[in-house]
Design a protein around this ligand. Structure first.
Ligand code: F6P
Length: 363
């Protein structure tokens, strides 16, 4: 059967295991020889025990587990050609020419580069006598399919990234817990949530929890935000509200691009309103714990579709990302998504927030 390998790369997220499981089982079902690559690209570069045979049973009882059982890493070696050369050797040596990468945009950009360089890497390996001319011929094309695993929902081309829904569950559970203690003491809580440069988690968590104020990078407030914030909060308190919840995305900024931190917000609330105020930084709790039903199903559907995409690939097909579009699993050219995601970052850097939101589309 065809050699097929799966790896998870970059920050982990809930639902990655469901995706790995689906890749392995769909691969076996379609007659492939399936491998795990452990520890992300680092495992592919280092080879050895990091590349292991996968079978039907080896992915039993992982669908409910958070994180990724095959490990993940942010890998510096794979950014260098030398690292990619080693990785190519390790794949060819095992007859792997189909690769499923589950990760964020950096990981998928790396996958694309690997695919583009593949034949020149094989030329070099053949010249150095590391692989035979027959191997070079037989394994001459590398097919890649990507899936986006990230809690941030910051990738263009898919409505939801694998892990976002579970992270939202973690966040709203935490806010609900905070609300009860805030109520007792008539306190204001400022919650910092993850998301890197994307405000999706903060925005949706704010909507779900009746937050009073939300700071997100895509909608930087005007310079008078301290007055607006305090005015709204004092109005709410005079109307009988016993607590306030403010959500600050970790990437929140003002209109000059300067970060707005939970500390900055606390200072305003304490100085202007003298409210008893606390900060809660949710941190990696958001990335942990069991995946939600949505992320399990998402991982399963994406994983199965990724293998189908690889099996249908021809030497000319471009690498794809398996995405969610409405309720459909679709395939989008990987580079199109990566370019659009880069354009969002560019628009944000140029302070063109409207364009950034438009480019990002439904997510
Ligand atoms: O991309 C996922 C994410 O959790 C971001 O929300 C956050 O900014 C970052 O990763 C944290 O990275 P690390 O796990 O390396 O601290």
């Amino acid at each position: 059967g065809k050699g097929l390998a799966v790896l998870t790369s970059g920050g982990d997220s809930q639902g990655m295991n469901a995706a790995v499981r689906a890749v392995v089982r769909m691969g076996i079902y379609l007659g492939c020889k399936v491998y795990f690559i452990r520890e992300g690209y680092q495992g592919m570069v280092d080879g050895g025990d990091n590349i292991q045979d996968a079978n039907w049973a080896s992915v039993s009882s992982i669908i409910h587990r958070g994180g990724t059982v095959i490990g993940s890493a942010r890998c510096a070696d794979f950014r260098k050609r030398e690292g990619r050369l080693k990785a190519a050797y390790n794949l060819v040596n095992r007859g792997i020419t189909n690769l499923v990468v589950i990760g964020g945009d950096g990981s998928l950009t790396g996958a694309n580069l690997f695919r583009l360089e593949w034949s020149s890497l094989l030329d070099e390996l053949a010249q150095n006598g590391k692989i035979t001319p027959e191997q070079k011929q037989k394994y001459g094309v590398l097919h890649i399919a990507g899936m986006v695993g990230s809690i941030d929902n910051d990738f263009c081309g898919t409505d939801m990234t694998i892990g976002t829904d579970s992270a939202l569950h973690r966040i709203i559970e935490a806010i609900d817990a905070i609300v009860s203690t805030a109520y007792s003491h008539q306190r204001t809580f400022i919650m910092e949530v993850m998301g890197r440069h994307c405000g999706y988690l903060a925005l949706v968590a704010g909507l779900c929890s009746e937050a009073d104020y939300i700071f997100i990078p895509e909608s930087p407030p005007k310079a008078d935000w301290p007055q607006r914030l305090t005015q709204q909060m004092s109005q709410e308190r005079s109307a009988g509200q016993r607590l306030n919840i403010i959500i600050v995305a970790e990437g929140a900024i003002d209109r000059d691009g300067k970060p707005i931190t939970a500390e900055d917000v606390k200072k305003v609330v304490v100085e202007k309103l003298q409210q008893d105020t606390r900060i809660t930084v949710l941190g990696h709790v958001q990335r942990g714990g069991n995946p939600s039903a949505f992320d399990r199903v998402l991982g399963c559907r994406m994983g199965a579709e990724a293998v189908l995409a690889l099996m249908e690939a021809t030497p000319d097909s471009v690498p794809c990302v398996v995405s969610l579009d409405g309720n459909q699993a679709i395939r989008v050219p990987l580079m199109e998504c990566v370019e659009r995601t880069k354009a969002v970052a560019q628009a944000m850097a140029e302070k063109n927030w409207e364009l950034a939101v438009k480019l990002r589309g439904t997510s």
